[in-house]
Design a protein. Structure first.
Length: 308
């Protein structure tokens, strides 16, 4: 009986639904090729929303020199009433494509930069999901406390059992919350189907009349409901022993305190392997490059691209 072909180690992937995100992903791809170490030549996939008039062939040509494959993705119209819905459905398509070919899929938001070889993305064989906690507690539930009505309904609709919850600490405000994963950096074993389950669970939430009402009443709920669905997808698919929290070298939120407030500063990229910059470079501090601490090569690289 012929043996199944051996899988490749990992594939990087991201999603864009507008021109700004395309610019960001170009920088992301450049950073992988420049600083990715042994992963610098790994495949990179870009999923492009088919609902925002982005040209698929032009995008393929633009990213050709970086050896980025570009695919089209879609999302249900009803889902698109909620923030970040396109990303959720694109991730499921991506995972399905990867499941027979790659050991791990690294799904990253567009505002990510790789600064050093991300060695921890090649996980132990017993691990199927690596994550970072949400940046700060805008919408999570404190560990050991009763959930608010929004989260109580999330737990009910997705059938998340209290015994599957565990504690994590938000990096920006140091709050201990129930398991709540940052959707901007996910390392998954595609065969487990976590991201496909994410799409399914998200649909359960955005079609629930109680949650729709809660999202209409509170914009924070509407912004983060896509991310709450990831909690159910992970906790109902995997055991705790199959998950690992990446350390703060990953998904580091550059200048987060300046954008959203924090009880600490995020101005040093010493030792950082991947960073996130969110909306910072839409209106950066004119002296930001003098205030950031870190290797000169990486700082200059960031300045040349993001400091335009």
């Amino acid at each position: 009986m012929p043996q199944a072909p051996q899988k490749k180690p990992l594939v990087f992937a991201s999603f864009a639904e507008d021109e700004e995100q395309l610019d960001h992903i170009y920088y992301l791809a450049e950073s992988i090729r420049e600083f990715g170490g042994k992963a610098k030549n790994a495949p990179i996939w870009l999923y492009l929303a088919d609902y925002n008039n982005l040209d698929l062939e032009q995008t393929r040509e633009r990213f050709k020199s970086l050896n980025v494959e570009v695919f089209s993705s879609s999302a249900p119209d009803e889902a698109l009433k909620f923030y970040f819905a396109g990303k959720v459905f694109a991730s499921g398509l991506c995972e399905k494509r990867a499941e027979n070919e790659y050991d791990y899929l690294v799904w990253m938001d567009d505002d990510t930069i790789v600064l050093q070889e991300p060695t921890e993305f090649l996980l132990d064989p017993n691990i199927s999901f690596a994550y970072r906690p949400v940046m700060h507690n805008r919408s999570g539930t404190l560990y050991g406390k009763p959930p608010n009505p929004f989260w109580a309904r999330i737990y009910e609709v997705l059938d998340i059992k209290s015994e599957s919850l565990f504690e994590m600490t938000t990096p920006a405000d140091q709050q201990k919350v129930n398991a709540y994963f940052n959707a901007g950096l996910l390392v998954v074993r595609p065969q487990k189907g976590i991201l496909q389950k994410w799409s399914e669970d998200f649909e359960k939430l955005y079609t629930d009349s109680t949650l729709v009402r809660m999202c209409q009443e509170d914009i924070t709920n509407k912004i983060f409901i896509h991310q709450t669905a990831l909690v159910g997808a992970a906790l109902n698919t995997l055991s705790r022993s199959e998950m690992i929290e990446l350390d703060e070298e990953y998904n580091y939120p550059l200048f987060f305190e300046q954008m959203f407030g924090a009880n600490r500063e995020f101005g040093s990229i010493e030792g950082i392997k991947t960073l996130r910059y969110d909306i910072y470079f839409r209106d950066p501090d004119p002296e930001w490059d003098k205030k950031i601490k870190g290797p000169e090569k990486q700082v200059e690289w960031l300045k040349e691209r993001l400091g335009k």
